[in-house]
Structure formats: structure tokens, C-alpha cells
Design a protein around this ligand. Structure first.
Ligand code: ATP
Length: 323
């Protein structure tokens, strides 16, 4: 029996969580789903967007499924705090098109430092944000990127940084990347400045297998990945360390479409598959992924972001029917 904390959160986070649980409940594994709260709605009720009870539940569970939360200026980001509390330093985001074979790469984003340190200083008309990059933090994420490339039989790992403008901080990142690369001679290693990388992702995405980068750059590149696939509603993510994992779609709570039953649940369902892989339930994960691939390729049932008219539940029902 796997203990899984579920945090639907706000907006479409709630709408994509239910179909995901419905699908996970059909597979040959036992889950004890423990619902917890976080986000803007939670803040209205309890005065905090991340109750201690939620953090504890995540710590005590085998994994967490997280929908999406709406951020509120009064509070630190709930998801960033959870990543820190659970020391989930790896953020893995597969960008895979089921219709264009040129788009198939994975972003490995450093998840614990960089511009997400929550350290900002206010000097009236000036403000400063601290971007802390450590050798230890860079080394462990680069090591993971090469390990992941080895495990998944990929040819190349590419680092994205801005070491020409940030020679100290991104210098540390770049140095640790090439130091790690020496330990994996069977994997090609190269690097690009983040701005060039943004262009190459559009002009020649086929050249990328695994991309490793710092926190904010990884966040931006993954939304660009959403653009490449045509919708953010298709990209899952895994926040992991050796001992714990939190799985969430790359998209946010999408207030513009919330409550209209038209959110694409595929990113959340694929995040559930990443959780299954993390828990070692590999065969079932592959089965669901292949079913999603078939549904996308057939193109009969599509939410509006995919160019169709179907609703969230209809996608879920089609996946269930094929499973
Ligand atoms: P955050 O900062 O919390 O990541 P965001 O402001 O970047 O959120 P999203 O909430 O991810 O933005 O939404 C960006 C756009 O993508 C919106 O137009 C939204 O409707 C669309 N979108 C996001 N997720 C989905 C989805 N699952 N299905 C359909 N459209 C989506």
C-alpha cells in the first residue's frame, strides 16, 4: 500500500486532479490517497497557503501529487516551500511530442537554489534578489542529469547558463557541469548560453536529449517546451530526491479557464505516471503513457488547447475506455 498525499490546490488544479486519481485507481497497485490543502483558497480559510499539516503529510507519504496553486503576494510560494521542505532538488520535465519526433528532450532543472531562494531586499525605489548558486547544488543536479542520460540511453547532456554575464554564479554551474561530464565519457556534453538555447529550442529542438540548467532558466525553458508542444496542458513534472517525490503538471492554476471544465488533464495524468515510475510501478506507467499517446495520435478527443471541443472528463473517459 502506497501512501500518497494529494493536493489539488486552486483553479484547474482541482479539475485535473480528479481524473488522475480515477485513472490511478484502476491500476494494479494499492494507494491510500490522503487529501491535503494548499494555495489561495486554503489561505482564505486558514490564513496560510501551506499548513504545517500538509507539509507533514507530504513528508510522511511515499509521494505527493500536486495540482496547481494560485500565488498570493502576502505568502511565500507554497510549491517552492514544499520543494525546500522535502529537499526535492531535482525537477525533471520531459518535453515529448507524440506527433513530431523532433521534439523529445528532458529538462533537468535545479530546484533548490538560484533565484528561487526567496531572498529579496527592499530599498525603497530599489530592490535586490539574491541568486545563490553553490558548487554542491550544481554538482548534484549535473550528476543527476548524466545519470538520467545514462539510464535512459541518451547521447547528450547540454547545460544552459549565462556565464558570460554572470561569470561567478554561472561560472560555478558551468565548472561543475564539465567536471561531472568527465565521469561520463560515453555521454556527449556541451553548453549554450540561455538566450541561444531559447532560440535553438525553436529552430533545432532535435539536437537536444537532456538539458540541465539552473532554477529560473529551467522554469522558463519548460514553458517554452509547452509552446513547442502547443499547450502547457501536456507537460508533466517530477520534483524528486532519493527519498521523496512530488509530481505536478508544469502548468499553473490557469484562472482564465478555471471552472469551465475545459482544462487538459494530460499533464497531470502524465505526472501521475512519473510518480508510478518513481515508485517502481514501471509497467503500469508505460501502459498509461502509451494509452495517452494513442489518444493524442488518434486526435478524436481533444480539449480546446489541443484544438478540439471536448472537456476534461471526456479525455479521462477516453483514456479509461482504452485502458
Ligand atoms: P504559474 O505562474 O502558476 O505557473 P502561469 O500564470 O504561468 O501560472 P498557467 O496557469 O500555467 O500560467 O496558464 C498559462 C496559459 O496556459 C493560460 O492561458 C492557461 O489557460 C493555459 N493552460 C495552462 N494549463 C492548461 C491546461 N491544463 N489545459 C489548457 N490550458 C492550460
Amino acid at each position: 500500500m502506497y501512501k500518497i498525499t494529494t493536493i489539488p490546490g486552486d483553479g484547474i488544479g482541482q479539475e485535473v486532479m480528479n481524473p488522475t486519481l480515477e485513472i490511478l485507481e484502476t491500476i494494479n497497485a494499492q494507494f491510500d490517497f490522503i487529501p491535503q490543502e494548499a494555495g489561495a483558497e486554503c489561505y482564505k480559510k486558514y490564513g496560510t497557503n501551506l499548513p504545517e499539516k500538509t507539509i507533514q503529510s507530504c513528508k510522511e507519504s511515499d509521494s505527493t501529487l500536486f495540482g496547481a496553486v494560485t500565488s498570493i503576494p502576502e505568502q511565500k510560494s507554497a510549491i517552492v516551500t514544499l520543494r525546500k521542505e522535502l529537499d526535492l532538488y531535482i525537477n525533471q520535465r520531459p518535453i515529448k511530442s507524440y506527433t513530431n519526433p523532433d521534439i523529445d528532450f528532458t529538462i533537468i532543472r535545479e530546484n533548490s537554489e538560484g533565484l528561487y531562494s526567496h531572498i529579496e531586499e527592499d530599498y525603497g525605489d530599489e530592490a535586490i534578489a539574491i541568486r545563490k548558486i553553490t558548487y554542491k547544488g550544481s554538482e548534484r543536479i549535473c550528476k543527476y542529469a548524466f545519470e538520467y542520460a545514462t539510464k535512459t540511453k541518451q547521447e547528450k547532456v547540454t547545460a544552459a547558463h549565462k556565464a558570460n554575464v554572470l561569470p561567478l554564479t554561472d561560472g560555478v554551474f558551468k565548472r561543475s557541469f564539465y567536471k561531472e561530464a568527465e565521469k561520463y565519457p560515453h555521454i556527449k556534453a556541451n553548453d549554450f548560453y540561455i538566450d541561444a538555447m531559447a532560440m535553438y529550442l525553436i529552430t533545432n529542438p532535435a539536437q537536444f536529449d537532456v538539458i540541465v540548467t539552473t532554477n529560473l532558466f529551467g522554469d522558463i525553458l519548460s514553458d517554452q517546451g509547452g509552446g513547442l508542444l502547443g499547450s502547457l496542458g501536456l507537460i508533466p513534472s517530477a520534483n524528486i530526491s532519493k527519498d521523496n517525490g512530488l509530481f505536478e503538471p508544469v502548468h499553473g492554476s490557469a484562472p482564465d479557464i478555471a471552472g469551465q471544465n475545459k482544462a487538459n488533464p494530460i499533464a497531470m495524468i502524465l505526472s501521475g505516471c512519473l510518480m508510478l515510475e518513481f515508485l517502481g510501478i514501471q509497467k503500469e506507467a508505460e501502459k498509461i503513457q502509451q494509452t495517452i499517446e494513442t489518444v493524442i495520435k488518434e486526435g478524436k478527443i481533444k480539449t480546446p488547447d489541443m484544438g478540439g471541443n471536448n472537456n476534461t472528463q471526456e479525455i479521462c473517459d477516453e483514456i479509461l475506455r482504452k485502458l
